[in-house]
Design a protein. Sequence first.
Length: 308
Amino acid sequence: MSEKDVILQVENLKQYFNIGKPNEVRAVDDVSFEIYRGETLGLVGESGCGKSTTGRSIIRLYNATDGQVIFNGRNVHDKKSTADLKQFNRKMQMIFQDPYASLNPRMKVIDIIAEGIDIHGLANSKKARKERVYQLLETVGLNKEHANRYPHEFSGGQRQRIGIARALAVEPDFIIADEPISALDVSIQAQVVNLMKELQEEKGLTYLFIAHDLSMVKYISDRIGVMYFGKLVELAPANELYENPLHPYTKSLLSAIPLPDPDYERNRKRIKYDPSIHKGTNTEFREVKPGHFVSCTEEEFKELKAKQ
């Protein structure tokens, strides 16, 4: 990919939280990656690994402790005028994990979806506003009759569709989906992911898809990054990561994925990751083969290169 195809660059991002001296939580610790325009980058790891904090730091819900986030050629965390902030908030949107908690229970769906339209002046009349909301509801698989209902009148899957419609309302370039399916039934998860894939193709969207379910992440992602305790430990194309995992933690995550095969499940051996193997060693994020990066020591790097 050429430089002009990069929509987002995360460079040495750090997000530390002080919880009283001398304690410091390094939720995101020197993380770097790029996202190309029109692709989906999946970010995976166990709860507490820092993946959601990474997403929230990118979209400025948290002020980064250090590092840079470059979106469309501009540093997200630089001081911005009101007009600049407004433009940034329009071009980058977020879909949240809990579709009920992220929707105002006192607002009707039409006003929830139209909030961004109102803020950015994207409709020149009440009629145009209403028509735009109806169109968005139809886009996400709902209908205009849903516009005058309240969030509690919908199922979890329908509420997440409303959340997606709200994000789409301001015509963004880039959407951070923070565990958008983890609160949904398995049967509904595939519907929401398929909807996101369809919308991406139709509208040329770019996604950062954050999740802990590796099987679903593989389905939607072009590339996948694996996080462990605030650090990015591996990054590769989705199929490459599954077929040729290099970091012991990635191997551990993949070994835990169940398959609908009783014989396989009876004999499946879970690989346990022992973090002490890297304790006190000088690990760096290195490119073992084109597009496949892994956190490793110099010695491990030489061994991995020799095997490729």
